[in-house]
Design a protein around this ligand. Sequence first.
Ligand SMILES: [Zn+2]
Length: 372
Amino acid sequence: MSVATETKLIAPHGGELVDRAGERPADLGALETLVLTSRELSDLDMLASGALSPLTGFMGRDDYEAVLESMRLANGLPWALPVCLAVDEAPAGDRLALGDRAVLEVEEVYEYDKEREAEQAFGTTDDAHPGVARLYEQKPLYLGGRVTVFERAQSPFPELARDPADTRAEFTLRGWKRVVGFQTRNPIHRAHEYLTKVALETVDGLLIHPLVGDTKSDDVPAKTRVECYRVLLDGYYPADRVVLSAFPAAMRYAGPREAIWHAICRKNYGCSHFIVGRDHAGVGNYYGTYDAQLIFDEFEPHELDIEPMFFEHSFWCKRCGSMASAKTCPHSADDHVFLSGTKVRELLGNGELPPMEFSRPDVAKVLISAYK
Ligand SMILES: [Zn+2]
């Protein structure tokens, strides 16, 4: 009996990687044109690449309703957030140009209730929530239909732009089968470095997958973050165990539901595991600390297939003499090197390095020069 050595990555969500790239139609100039918001453009590009498999376009009413009510598509497959296109009125024709990028086959136009979507998707109707605020500003109807994308979005980081088919090819080339994905929209300090390395100890490879779509204006800009990731990876991670690639999604700040959505997207990129920390994709105090972890219990394990890896906040413990968390360290907060986000920003803004137990000095220096 021989041992199987062939590597086999996790299947995409729904079984097949969707590819909605196609030819520019000859009659494009004759079509009515809709201008997309930057969030809709992010979604469109992810539809094109298969990052949102099994979706082939913007959601129709059945999928939309099922997602809001039960975190599933109409066919029962788990799906956590609406992927919808808002319009002012129904288009006259049965095809619509989406900017100079894509064509949508108009399948249905339907009304939706913004407050209900806010409550179901974001868990709040408070317009101080950035995701809810964006939803309330949207046009009043949704337009569902399949898209064909002939002009892909230009990535702000072309060298990091990898579609799901590309990351899958890369993982296969490296002989990886078990790959953990790490979503981030922040610079990586020691705490998150620790999580990714603890996860990496148990799998074949690590995909550092920073989100580079729209974020809140007070988040650290993607360009600065990418520079930080490079410095960190060059200095402190084994190159043959890590892939750095950009995740083109826009932040929705939907907390727990976005954690599920992020995991499903990463499954499409070929990840078998996904790191979920405390307050994943949260904002303000809208979500409980562990909500983004607990929500995974609402699915049977085989339904998502991708395995969430839950982590606590971690810190340097002076008495342990190592990174640790409440799960692994018995000492009190007095022994832990902890800095609030506000304190870190204050130090960096003043050109001062945070303690090296909190942040690698080479990473902090990138941030300091960005603050100037
Ligand atoms: Zn300790």
